[in-house]
Write a protein that binds this ligand. Structure first.
Ligand SMILES: Cc1cc2nc3c(=O)[nH]c(=O)nc-3n(C[C@H](O)[C@H](O)[C@H](O)COP(=O)(O)O)c2cc1C
Length: 201
């Protein structure tokens, strides 16, 4: 059996990336948004809609979501490259990334983007520590169909984004990915048991 090199394994695992989603959060009046491709449906029960998403601890969004237990997840249309660049290439610690992005505050008080394929407001019901990131499990409490309701186009996939992003962004994207990989490489073995506050009895 051929032995696969780590990079070959990584490329195979890339088939398991999720659609590209925008994740928004709010804490104490501060609103933020980021991009993720690690979000999946986490329940097969129609009456218990759930999602999970892995968020690195160095991201500002991580702290906002961990503190509040609330986030909104947005499927994007396959032409929303600008939004991905705006939310996914720089941190909201030092700038208001949603200032020029039309949104409203939803049922949970988190920003819900006006222009997307569909949005899901989520309440965190449990978490898992991976050392470098937290996997948030969220109950979907509100849905807005967005473009999906009008059956417009298809959702942005990770492969579509990587293949079609403007060429001038590619160097920055790859540098950010390498930095995130270096951060994760240092911490991924340092797993901590976390009891989510919502579960405390
Ligand atoms: C296509 C794409 C996919 C990404 N996927 C993830 C992800 O799954 N988890 C994560 O923590 N960061 C992911 N990121 C990186 C964050 O979006 C990025 O670090 C962002 O600047 C975080 O913003 P914040 O510090 O304001 O929270 C992704 C970025 C891009 C462009």
């Amino acid at each position: 059996m051929p032995i696969l090199q780590p990079d070959q394994i990584y490329q195979l695992l890339r088939n398991l990336t999720s659609p590209v989603v925008a994740i928004t959060s709010e804490h104490g009046g501060k609103r933020n948004g980021m991009i993720a491709d690690s979000a999946v449906r986490a329940s097969i029960v129609p009456t218990i809609p759930r999602v999970s998403v892995y968020i690195h601890k160095f991201n500002y969004s991580h702290d906002l979501i961990f503190e509040t237990g609330r986030f909104a997840l947005h499927l994007l249309r396959d032409d929303q490259f600008e939004l991905i660049h705006r939310l996914g290439f720089a941190s909201g610690r030092t700038r208001d990334k949603l200032a020029d992005v039309p949104h409203r505050l939803g049922t949970l008080g988190v920003p819900v983007l006006g222009d997307c394929y569909a949005s899901f407001e989520c309440r965190v019901v449990n978490v898992m520590d991976t050392g470098s990131s937290t996997c948030f499990l969220g109950d979907v409490v509100e849905v807005d169909h967005g473009a999906a309701g009008r059956a417009v186009g298809s959702v942005m996939t990770a492969a579509h984004f990587r293949a079609n992003m403007p060429g001038e962004w590619r160097g920055e994207y790859e540098a950010l990915l390498r930095a995130a990989q270096a951060y994760a490489a240092e911490r991924s073995r340092d797993l901590r048991p976390v009891i989510w506050k919502g579960l405390a009895r």
